[in-house]
Structure formats: C-alpha cells, structure tokens
Design a protein around this ligand. Structure first.
Ligand code: SF4
Length: 873
C-alpha cells in the first residue's frame, strides 16, 4: 500500500452521477494524486479528465479558510465589505437574522438550499435540522434542477423512486437509445463502457436522439435530430408502432400494468399569478392561457377532443389520473403516425423529410424487434424539460409495453448529474415534499414514523409541502422568504433567470449565507460566507445513479478554519432553544397547526424550554455513547467529531439513525462499517441479508418483488380508496403492485422562436468542467483545456448575421442578455435555428438569459428551450 511514501485509500469521484471509484494518494497530510480504482465495478480503473483531478480541486489558491461577513466598523452591514470574522461572530449574526425572520414569518420565511453533492450524513443532518428542528419544509436540493422530473416519473409510474437496473446492462444490451443524453461528455466513463460494447459486438446499435449533433454522435449508429419537445411525439410514435406491429408483451402488460391518462398539470410553472410575471413574460402567459385537449385528455374529462379549456398551473401537485382501458389508450396514440410526427418534429432543415422518416422507421424497427434487448438512457435533456415528467413516463411506457424492464440488458435508466443525487437528495429526503426513504411530508403516517425515529413530540413535523428551489428564489424576490442558507451549491449561478435572484439576495430585508469551499458567484452575492471542508476532509458516503452506496474515510485535514457542513449545522442548532421553536412560534399558514399538541407532547417528553435544538436532535444519546469509543474513529482525522468534542462518531451515528428508515421497506442499506471497509466498493440497495440487489422489480433478484406485486405497491400505506403516494398524498391514485402505462400527448414548449427572438438556446455541461466550474476552473489543466464557454451556432445562421467563428456576439432573450465567443465547427454542430451555451463560465453567465419555466409537476426548470436573438458585437 505504500509507494514513495504515498498511502493509497479508496474514494469516490464527486464530478458526476456515474460514481467512479478512486484510489486517493496521501502523503504528508496532503492529497497528492488520485487514480481510477481498478477494483471499482463502475469504472474498473478508468477515470475521465475531471476524475483524474479530484486532488487538484482541493488546493486552489483562493480556498476559503475562515468565515467572511459583510461589515462596516466591526458590525454587520448589508452594504459593507467582506471581512474575516470568528465562527462565533458568524453564527451569532446568522442566528440573529434567522430569529428576526422566524419571528415575523415562522418556518415559511426561512429556507435551506442543499445539494446532490451532500454526503448522505450531511443530507440527513440538514433534513433533520430543517424539518424536525425548525419545522420548515423549505429545504430543497439543487437536484431539483437536475432530476426532479425523473423522481416524479418514478413515483407516478412505479409508486417508488429510483432505477430498477444497473450499469452492467451496458454489457448485455444490443440496442441502446440516448434520449437527450450526451453521455460522451456528461457520463464519460459510462460512455467508454458503451463504446466498448458497441465496438466489440457488431450487432449492438446505439441511437442518439438529440436536438443537435454532439460528441455522442461520433459513436452512434444514428443521430436523430428533432425539434425541442419533439421527443414527446417520437415516443408516442414508437408506442403506436409497438401496438400496431403486434409487439406488445400481453402477458406482462395484463399482469403487471394498468393504462392511465388524465388532465393534469396544465401550465408551465412559469409564474403562478400575474404578480410574478415580468412584463415580457405576460405575453407568453396570455398565449398559453387556453389549450386544446388531446383525445385521451378529452376522454378522461368526458369532453370532446379538440375542446379548448382554460389552463391552470397545478403548482407542483401531481394532478389526478384516471385508469383507462387498453382500447382507449390505443386510440389516444393513433394520431401519432409517421406522417404526422416526422414533419412536426424534424429538427435539421438540411435533412430531407424522407431521410428523417427513414431514420424514425429504422428506430422503430429496432425498438419493436422482440428478439433484441432495449436499454434507454436519459439525463438532462429529458429532465430539464417543460414536460419532463411526461417524457420520463413515456419511455417507461415503451419498456413496459414490451415487457423489457428490470432485466439484464433491458430497462429504462435515468442517469443523475450529481454524485449523490440519489443517495443524498432523493433517498434521504432533502426535497421540500419528502421525508427519508420515499416518505412524504404530506402523509400523516409518514410524519408519525419520522417523529418516532427522531424522538420528537407528535405533531412537530410541518404537514405543508415547502418551497422548491425556484420557489425559494422567487420567494427571495417577492419577500415571502427572507433568510436563505446554501450548502455545497452555487445556486445563484445555476438557476435560470438568475439576474432576479442575485438582485433579490442584495435586498436589505434578506440575509443570505453561503457555505462553500471557494468564493463562488453565489458567495460573492451573499452576506455571510462560511468556509467548508471538501470531500476527503470528512467521512462520507454517496449514492450513485445505479443505487450504489459507497463510503470513504476522512483522509486529510481541512485548511485553516474550514469546517464540515455537519459541524456548521450542529453548531447553529446550539443557538436555538426548544422554547423559541416548539413553543413560541406558530406554523404560520398551516391550517389546523398542531402547535398546542406539540407543546404538551414536548412537556410530556421532558423537553425543557432551555434545551437547545442541538440537545434535542444531535446530543449524545445512550445508544450513541454505548458504541463509544469506536474502533473506526481516528481522532486526528475526524473533522466533525473532533470539533464538536463529542463522545460519539457523528457521521456514523447519523448514518445508523438514517438506516432505520431504510430497513424493511425496499430501501435497505448496509451498516456504516461495511461501506467503510477497504475491500467493499459499494453495494446496490436494497441490501438484504448482506446481499445487494442487481435488479429491482424482478423476482429472480429482488427479495421485495413478488409475482403478483412486482412494484412494491403494497408497501405504501393506503389512504382512502386505493393508494395515494405521488407528489403529495392528496393526488395521483396509484394501484398497488402495478406499474402505470401513461398516455401523454405532444405539447409545444412554452415559448418558441418568433420574429423577435428567432433562435433556440439550449444550455448544458461540457466534459472538462463540473457544473458551475467553481472547482474545475481552479485546476489549471482543465481551465486551459476549456477556458471559456462558447456559443455554438450553425454556420449559416452565423453568416446571415455577419458573424464569423471567433467573433463575440450578444445573446438576448426576453429575460436578459449575455456575451460569448461564437464557435461553428467543432464539438457541438448545431442545426439551423439552434444555439448552445455551457453554464460553467460565470463571465458568460448564460443563466441570465434562460427562461425560468418549469415542468409543472416536478417543478424542475427547463434549461434547454429559450427563444433568443444573436447579434454580432
Ligand atoms: Fe467518473 Fe463522472 Fe468522475 Fe468522470 S466525472 S471520473 S465519469 S464519476
């Protein structure tokens, strides 16, 4: 284990949801290198260009090492300059501001934006502090911007979240379809596995469905370029073909599925009322006010097809669904013929209609071939979509109709962007509507179970769904949220239409705290910056996109005064007493608030008024102390425990407590020590009797799947008739044990190019940089490789505007403008009418241009479809 004084330890890469294993080299208390872990099943020794630089991201010259607060003359001043302060000074001011807002607005006025880059114990601490301690459900992760549509798609289709399959399907599948997933740049190591499969098996076909030609096109057998939202129509065309060619697996469909349609979630989450609409957007709202019903929607409403109805924004509820018969479903997809779909969605004006039709037919030939395997991947192209939930549901419908799901080489696979979007954001329940392990804040039984595990008085948990990320941003602007803390996220750069939110952060009524490792764009707009430890400076676990939970040890110390996020949350919790939170504050806006009961219950439990939230939530319990001293714990390398001076191992204790939620309900995790073993490279949950589960919903692999109940439906507690367990427990009737095959129609995007804004703008990631670039831009090699975000344009579009490759141009939308250098030849080749920008570059700041329209069910914004104009500077 030693080579020139270097000790090597297992670790996990933090730069995408693939979850590659690392070997991390430590010498003299410093991480000096990382390399791909040859024993890791995900990557088998390989890393991508970002992964190899996990060491260098830790040592940028401007690493934050002490708290910084805006001050003048030694006092907090919103307009002051950042000055170094002690942790006590930082927390004192932060608590004062929090209490000011809490006294005025209660739990709805404060918000925490978390992250899919939280470790699992961090996410659990945040959830417990905000929901159990502050009684506020205004906590939401940046995963809302990333895969919230996938979450709702899972819930609505299967009744439970997260994928059935695993990455080894790549080695079994002979048909792979990418739906809006430039895997070559966004999941490079998985792409190398796809390339290996494709290049070693001549029968393997890879189809790239996309709105522009990208790096994944280089390997793909076919690149099908469609117009934005055209994926909805293509999926319906494939469904129609599956039925008309007799390719339905009737046995599977009749035993395990039901057909579903419904008028739901009309509207785009653009703004709930005129109050929120900016002048330019009112025009869009006006145009979108009425909608013509599709045949299936009309059937579900008992109206005639083509009837116009008033749009309503469902405000994040899942709406209602109706079970329909197969014949109704067949009729609903009947209009999606080749002749209807091809001209509607063909995305490249330089391709003939006949050629495009031939591509669609070849795609249908592959999909409908019952002898072939079928593996579908998608990522942000599908999830960051005004109809992202529908898109997810449609692909499941294809797989379910064919019975090609949850089997080796066959499945529909949503990839995540972040290293622990699954493990930390979804499974732990950092979303504003969720509790740990697929439970929901709106469900009384779920709250009761959570209060019991957290040992909180009955009625403590707030039943009202909190604000999602975009609602928090809008809340800062409209005054409904006045305190925001962000952790492990650069939210003011990564949210669409961000000019508004940056301005709101500087509003004198608002107090914004940013915990981070570098002075990010968000940090620079904050009032208080808290220096955080990075991933190998703390103990942690991530859960990747294939349900693999992986752990690592703390390997080095954080620099200066930087501290772990768990320590920050625990120390902050010491500043609040039970009296202040459980007794003094009503849950404003929560009908039938159970506060009096909470008071009584708290008294009955012996909770003293002057006990702090730390005492209630995190104090060393008898169970925690019984496990002390812990043989795994290393005093010199336990940033949280050491700083707290507690007689227990915080990360291990928190993980152990969280594990209680997972056992026996289909999410079972192994214990902390197992994940920390050097010879364990992660396990796919549910882990039952020490064995991981390769395929969920498959009786050969999954101990929870039963022949008459493949999809766990009976695990969910029925409420009234049927089982209700979608986004809130008031909506979306589910049928226990069956998956739902949805009819979802094609629908135009909320705004489309017109005479004034004549081009589409799509945004995304590139291979060399991680999200907002706050870490990878500190690595000189990566910064040199991609120093700036460029505007990809079609050469003819550029020429018509007098723009040459390398010129600077201004991109203007109804929402804002930015400037970028134009590229027409390499990497992304745009069809006419389409442009593309990456969001890593805070000098270009493409999100100042992007519309903040959301999927109305998942409340995930769409970063892919803004109407813009481009003018040469
Ligand atoms: Fe693997 Fe993703 Fe890290 Fe690249 S960025 S090494 S693909 S986890």
């Amino acid at each position: 284990k030693s080579e020139e004084g270097i000790s090597w330890h297992k670790g996990v890469c933090r730069f995408c949801g693939t979850g590659c294993g690392l070997q991390v080299g430590v010498r003299d208390g410093r991480i000096i290198a990382t390399k791909g872990d040859p024993d890791a099943p995900v990557n088998r020794g390989l890393n991508c260009v970002k992964g190899y630089f996990n060491a260098k991201i830790m040592y940028g010259r401007d690493r934050l090492t002490q708290p910084l607060m805006r001050r003048t003359n030694g006092k907090f001043d919103k307009n002051g300059k950042f000055e170094p302060v002690s942790w006590d000074e930082a927390f004192d001011e932060m608590a004062r501001q929090f209490k000011r807002v809490y006294a005025e607005k209660g739990p709805s006025g404060v918000a925490l934006v978390g992250s899919g880059q939280y470790t699992i114990p961090e996410a659990y601490t945040a959830t417990k502090l905000w929901k159990g301690g502050f009684r506020s459900n205004n906590i939401d992760p940046n995963a809302r911007l990333c895969m919230a549509s996938a979450v709702v798609g899972f819930y609505q289709t299967f009744g439970v979240d997260e994928p059935a399959n695993n990455y080894s399907d790549i080695e079994f599948a002979n048909t792979m379809i990418l739906w809006g997933n430039n895997m070559a740049e966004a999941h490079p190591v998985l792409w190398s596995r796809v390339a290996n499969r494709k290049l070693t098996d001549p029968n393997t076909k890879v189809i790239n469905l996309t709105t522009y030609r990208n790096m994944s096109s280089d390997l793909a057998d076919e690149t099908i370029i469609f117009k934005p939202n055209g994926d909805l129509a293509i999926a319906n065309y494939l469904i129609r073909e599956i039925i008309s060619r007799g390719a339905v697996d009737e046995d599977f469909v009749s035993k395990h599925t039901i057909f579903t349609a419904g008028v739901t979630d009309i509207g785009y989450g653009l703004r709930n009322t005129d109050k929120y609409a900016y002048p330019a957007e009112r025009d869009i709202l006006e145009k979108q006010k009425r909608i013509r019903l599709s045949p299936a929607e009309a059937t579900a409403m008992g109206l005639k097809a083509g009837t116009e109805v008033e749009q309503k924004n469902s405000g994040g509820s899942a709406g209602a669904h109706w079970q329909i018969e197969f014949e109704e479903f067949r009729k609903a997809v009947e209009p999606y013929t080749l002749d209807f779909v091809a001209p509607l969605v063909k995305g490249d004006d330089d391709e003939t209609l006949e050629s495009f039709k031939a591509r669609l037919v070849r795609l249908a030939d592959l999909v409908c071939d019952r002898k072939r395997d079928l593996l579908s991947f998608w990522c942000m192209g599908f999830n960051q979509h005004q109809r992202g939930v529908w898109a997810n549901e449609l692909v499941y419908s294809i797989h379910l109709l064919m019975g090609k799901h949850a089997k080796p080489g066959n499945g529909a696979f949503s990839l995540t962007g972040q290293p622990s979007a699954c493990g930390s954001a979804r499974e732990v329940g950092t979303f504003c509507h969720r509790l740990p392990s697929d439970m929901l804040v709106a469900n009384g039984e779920h709250r009761k179970k959570t209060e019991s595990i957290w040992n909180l008085p009955a009625g403590t948990l707030n039943p009202k769904v909190g604000y999602s990320v975009m609602e928090i941003m809008r809340g800062l602007e409209d005054g409904s949220v006045n305190f925001m803390w962000t952790q492990v996220v650069n939210i003011l750069q990564s949210t669409p239409n961000n000019t508004h939110w940056v301005r709101a952060a500087r509003d004198p009524k608002n107090f914004v705290v940013v915990s981070d490792v570098y002075p990010t764009y968000s940090a620079r707009a904050a009032d208080l910056i808290l220096p955080a430890a990075m991933h190998f400076e703390k103990w942690g676990l991530y859960g990747n996109a294939e349900r693999r939970t992986q752990g690592w040890h703390q390997l080095v110390k954080a620099p200066g005064e930087a501290k772990t996020d768990i320590w920050m949350m625990m120390e902050f919790a010491r500043r609040f007493t039970v009296d202040e939170l459980y007794r003094a504050q009503p849950l404003k806006g929560v009908p039938g608030d159970a506060l009096p009961d909470v008071r009584e219950a708290a008294a009955a439990m012996g909770l003293k008024g002057d006990a702090t939230l730390f005492d209630v939530l995190f104090a060393p319990s008898a169970a925690r102390q019984a496990a002390w001293p812990d043989p795994l714990y290393k005093k010199e390398l336990n940033a949280t425990g050491e700083a707290l001076g507690l007689p227990y191992f915080p990360e291990k204790a928190l993980f152990g407590e969280y594990r209680q939620f997972t056992l026996g309900n289909g999410h079972d995790l192994a214990d902390f020590d197992t994940y920390m073993r050097e010879d364990v490279r992660g396990l796919l949950w549910p882990v039952v009797n020490g064995r991981e589960t390769l395929y969920r919903f498959n009786v050969e692999y999954d101990p929870y799947a039963k022949p008459d109940n493949l999809f766990y439906g009976k695990l969910m507690k029925p409420v009234g008739k049927g089982t209700r367990h979608a986004l809130t427990d008031k909506n979306a009737v589910a049928h226990p044990g069956t998956a739902k095959i949805f009819f979802r129609p094609y629908m135009d995007p909320v705004e489309m190019p017109d005479a004034n804004y004549d081009l589409w703008l799509c945004t995304g990631r590139i291979l060399e940089h991680w999200h907002t670039g706050s870490m990878t831009r500190r690595v000189p090699e990566l910064d040199r490789a991609a120093p700036r975000a460029v505007l990809y344009m079609n050469p003819a579009d550029a020429e018509r505007r007098g723009i040459r490759r390398g010129d600077t141009a201004t991109v203007t939308s109804r929402h804002g403008e930015c400037k970028a250098v134009v590229e027409t030849k390499v990497r992304n080749i745009m069809p006419r009418g389409m442009t593309w920008l990456a969001f890593f570059d805070d000098k270009v700041l493409c999100n100042s241009v992007v519309i903040d329209a959301m999927d109305p069910i998942s409340l995930e914004p769409d970063f892919k479809k803004t109407a813009v104009k481009v003018v040469r500077d």
